[in-house]
Each structure stands twice: as structure tokens, then as C-alpha cells.
Design a protein around this ligand. Structure first.
Ligand SMILES: *Cc1c(COP(=O)(O)O)cnc(C)c1O
Length: 364
């Protein structure tokens, strides 16, 4: 059969890291702790209640959830100006990003990012027929701000996406750098939206601020977040953003009606009401991360400072062999980014001990 597949999709396979049942799953930056029983009950009760109304379409503006998200993000980032109309949400921040591309990307337009970075970004661009341009980060994985600002001036992207902390390097972006990028975006004729992807924000080290604090003075700034990582709710599929009312209004136009099911809304609200219990182990994960970084450095690896729940390390002579050796020992990590580098998600103390032992065996 001949299918009229879009030529640029020919021969492509679907994105996705391996989902294997191994002892230590340290490859997709999940929270290793399942929700505590009391929170499981709260979510189940909320879903039970929502199920009684499943004959009706959900609130397509999910106002109650937006109120809760505004309150949570305001408290988490120490900002007091967020209103429900500043909040947007979808099925994972992946879908939030797709909405941003549907509204602000498209044919003849450019999305600019800085590599190595999250491997989904080119897919949002491809799926919305937006041109994707990725400039290299510095050797230490920080942005070269002068080069980045110059690139915004030259290419006039309608979307600039920076992950902070960055995946896979863990590198966070300083507020002054966000300001410099935002200033360059403000000068792009016709407008440009700066998206700071803060999927890992809750893991940042003390004193590292969130770009959310810049929102009032920066109407074209968007800060995206997710419940997939620190919340330990990757299976719940809930991502969100904070932005100006104008940006949020534009997104309401491109979303499919009723994109957030009543079940999703109910589960997310119950989870938000229990965010302290769900994030009870974030401090533990942070401490485990810092220990992992110290240990890797003591073994001679280079490890960039990380504000996320993973560590990026290298150089490895044959990373594919290391990947297979670790997998043989029940430890699944990730081969990603430039040659010689690997990323390990921070799991439980037991999982990290498995990782350390396996890595020593494989590289000895
Ligand atoms: C994990 C991750 C996300 C989260 O995606 P969801 O769709 O919310 O699960 C977003 N951005 C980056 C950089 C990530 O690594």
C-alpha cells in the first residue's frame, strides 16, 4: 500500500527511551518514589467523584485546576502576582510545548534552542512545520550569551526555548541571562516568545531563582513546569505554564476542546493538594544527587553542576559498551548528547549503589 505520508516523516521511528523492567530504572528522570498511600487514596477518591460526572464534557477552561496551579507555583517560586488567567495546562508539558508551537510557530518561522538539550524540541517544530535551529552550548554546557543574543538578532526566531535546568546537562540559567535573552526577543520585529522550560525546577539548589520572578516585567516570557518529575506524577500527564494573559489567550485558540479530561483534572488537583507529601523526598534526591556528582568526580569524570535530578558525566571511551554493561547488571541509564557523555537519573540510595558498583565493574 502507498501511504501519502509527509515526505519529512518517511523512515522516522517514534521517539521514546526504552521502558524495561530492570532493577534500577535511571533513564527518564522519573521520581523513584511512588505516591504515599494517603495520597493514592486522595487521588482515587477525587477520580471516583469525577467518574460520576463522566457523561458530561469536562470544564474546558479547567478553572479550578488553574487556581490551584497559580497558588502552588506562586508559593514555590515566591511570587505573588500569578492569577488563573496567567496559567495554562495540558497533558504533560510536551503538549504545552506543542500548543506554543501551534500558536507561535508554523511555516516560515524558526524555533531556536541550544544543544545539547531536550530531544523532544525538534519534534514539536517538525510537527508544526516550524524550522528548527539549534546552536551549540559552550564546552561547559552553559549558554554563550553573546552568541545567543546575536543569533536571536540574526535569525529572528518566533520561539526561543531554553531548558533550565537543562536536560541532559543539569545546567541552570542565571536570571541575568534570561533577561538578556528576553531583551533580544523583545526587539524581534513581529515578536518573539522566550520559553524557559523549568521541568526540573523543584530540584534546584537553594538560592537558584525561578524565571517566574521575571514574568510581570516580561510579557513575552513563558515559564513551563510539569508534575512529571519532582511531583512523582509522570503517569498523570500534567504539564503547565505561567505567562502573560495575552500568551495564554493565544493558546486557548489552538488547543483541542476538552483536552484535559475530568479524570486528569481531578487527579492533578488532588495531587496539588498533597504537594508536600508528594515532594517529601525531593531533599533526599537532591542530597543523593550531590553525593553522586562528588563520587563521579572522584572517579575522574567531568560532571557539570546540576540543579536537576540527574547527573551528566563523561568522557567515556565507549559509552554504548558502558550502557550495555550497566544494563546487563540491571541498571538502565541514558546515552544522550555529545559523544562520550551519559546521563544518570538520581534514584533511591539502593539504586545509586547499584549504579556505582555496576559502573566500577564495567569500566575496570
Ligand atoms: C521530562 C521533561 C519534561 C516533562 O515532560 P512531560 O510531558 O511534562 O512529562 C519537559 N521538559 C524537559 C526538558 C524534560 O526533561
Amino acid at each position: 500500500m502507498t501511504l501519502p505520508l509527509r515526505p519529512e516523516l518517511k523512515g522516522l521511528s517514534p521517539y521514546g527511551a526504552p521502558q524495561e523492567e530492570v532493577a534500577a530504572r535511571l533513564n527518564v528522570n522519573e521520581n523513584p518514589y511512588s505516591p504515599p498511600p494517603a495520597v493514592v487514596d486522595a487521588i482515587a477518591n477525587a477520580v471516583h467523584k469525577a467518574a460520576r460526572g463522566l457523561n458530561r464534557y469536562p470544564d474546558r477552561d479547567f478553572m479550578a485546576l488553574r487556581v490551584d496551579l497559580a497558588r502552588y507555583l506562586g508559593a514555590e517560586s515566591h511570587v505573588d502576582f500569578l492569577e488563573p488567567h496567567n496559567i495554562w495546562a495540558a497533558n504533560g508539558s510536551n503538549e504545552v510545548m506543542l500548543h506554543l508551537h501551534q500558536a507561535f510557530g508554523g511555516p516560515g518561522r524558526i524555533t531556536l534552542t541550544f544543544s545539547p538539550t531536550y530531544s523532544m524540541y525538534p519534534e514539536y517544530a517538525r510537527d508544526t512545520l516550524t524550522e528548527y535551529l539549534s546552536l551549540p552550548r559552550r564546552e561547559d554546557f552553559h549558554l554563550d550569551i553573546d552568541l545567543s543574543v546575536a543569533a536571536i538578532r540574526e535569525h529572528k526566531p518566533t520561539l526561543v526555548i531554553v531548558a533550565s535546568p537543562n536536560n541532559p546537562s543539569g545546567t541552570a540559567l542565571a536570571l541575568d541571562d534570561v533577561k538578556a535573552l528576553a531583551a533580544a526577543c523583545a526587539e524581534v520585529p513581529g515578536g518573539s516568545v522566550l520559553v524557559v522550560d523549568e521541568a526540573y525546577a523543584e530540584f534546584r539548589r537553594r538560592g537558584v531563582p525561578s524565571a517566574a520572578s521575571l514574568l510581570p516585567e516580561t510579557p513575552h516570557l513563558v515559564v513551563t513546569r510539569t508534575m512529571s518529575k519532582a511531583f512523582g506524577l509522570a503517569g498523570g500527564r500534567l504539564g503547565y505554564l505561567a505567562a502573560s494573559r495575552e500568551v495564554v489567550n493565544a493558546l486557548t485558540v489552538v488547543r483541542l476542546p476538552y483536552h484535559l479530561s475530568s479524570i486528569t483534572q481531578a487527579a492533578a488537583r488532588a495531587a496539588l493538594a498533597h504537594h508536600l507529601e508528594l515532594q517529601a523526598q525531593v531533599d533526599e534526591i537532591r542530597a543523593e544527587r550531590d553525593d553522586t556528582v562528588d563520587w563521579l568526580r572522584a572517579q575522574g569524570y567531568t560532571v557539570p553542576e546540576t540543579d536537576a535530578n540527574f547527573a551528566y558525566f563523561g568522557p567515556l571511551k565507549d559509552r554504548d559498551a558502558v550502557f550495555r554493561g550497566l544494563l546487563d547488571r540491571g541498571v538502565l541509564i541514558r546515552v544522550v548528547g555529545p559523544e562520550g557523555w551519559m546521563r544518570v537519573t538520581i534514584g533511591t540510595a539502593r539504586e545509586m549503589a547499584m549504579f556505582r558498583n555496576a559502573l566500577l565493574e564495567v569500566t575496570s
